[in-house]
Write a protein that binds this ligand. Structure first.
Ligand code: PXP
Length: 239
């Protein structure tokens, strides 16, 4: 059965807008875990626009499978090295972006990425690379020594109004999932997934885990976080 990782960054976005103490991200994590989430994902961005260092520390204390999304900036790498979450997903990061744009260029940064993988990956910590569904990037991910990849589904999701392009992107994801598995990589996916476009991603081969955030937090405004997570868990665990 495919696992569901819930990204709770936007609970912190709401809190940071007023620099308040609520909504509490730890409470959000507890509700998500009690409602069908298998893991909790947070992105500690260099600009700290939502998740703060103290959030990651607090979540590490009680979340059994915490997935820390992060850039390869030395400051962030040293925080991850100290906290040692169960999972780490290396992502590209630009200050001016609204959310992560595209996958990591593992081919272009192979030396630095290999160094970060070697620093952070251990028996207790799995490192995943967030990449586009591209054979050269998958080969480079394998060469870096990372155990897992997360396929970037953002382009697939962005083509919601263009079915032909969306089918082509789904085919790319399908081929990438097969190829990644043949290389021995754990295959995850995420970004931009919503209640109406996740079924085809669930049907991709060898899928281990989907990481979904924004759409679930949006839905929770109307139905509550527990119900929003449960509804997505039904879709993801239909496999
Ligand atoms: N996976 C990765 C690597 C991401 O950077 C993000 C966004 O933080 C997500 C999944 C979740 O994306 P969304 O919030 O669009 O569901």
């Amino acid at each position: 059965m495919i696992k569901l990782g819930i990204n709770i960054d936007h609970v912190a976005t709401l809190r940071q807008q007023r620099k308040e103490t609520e909504p509490d991200v730890c409470e959000a994590a507890r509700i998500a875990l009690a409602s069908g989430a298998d893991s909790i994902t947070v992105h500690l961005r260099e600009d700290r626009r939502h998740i703060q260092d103290a959030d990651v520390e607090a979540l590490c204390e009680f979340v059994p499978r915490l997935n820390l999304e992060m850039s390869i900036a030395p400051e962030i790498v040293s925080i991850a090295d100290r906290l040692r979450p169960k999972h780490i997903c290396l992502v590209p990061e630009k200050r001016e972006e609204l959310t992560t744009e595209g996958g990591l260029d593992v081919v272009g940064m192979i030396d630095r990425i290999t160094e970060v993988v070697q620093t952070l990956q251990s028996e207790d910590t799995e490192v995943s690379l967030f990449i586009d569904p591209d054979k050269a990037q998958l080969d480079a991910a394998k060469a870096s020594g990372a155990q897992a990849i997360e396929l970037h589904t953002g382009d697939y999701a962005n083509y919601d109004q263009e079915p032909v392009k969306q089918m082509a992107e789904l085919q790319r994801l399908h081929e990438a999932a097969l190829y990644a598995h043949s290389l021995g990589l754990v295959v995850n996916a995420g970004h931009g997934l919503k209640y109406h476009n996740t079924d085809p991603i669930v049907a991709l081969p060898h899928m281990n885990e989907l990481n979904i955030g924004h759409s679930i937090i949006c839905r929770s405004v109307f139905v509550g976080l527990s119900e929003a997570v449960k509804e997505m868990a039904v879709i993801v665990k239909a496999s």
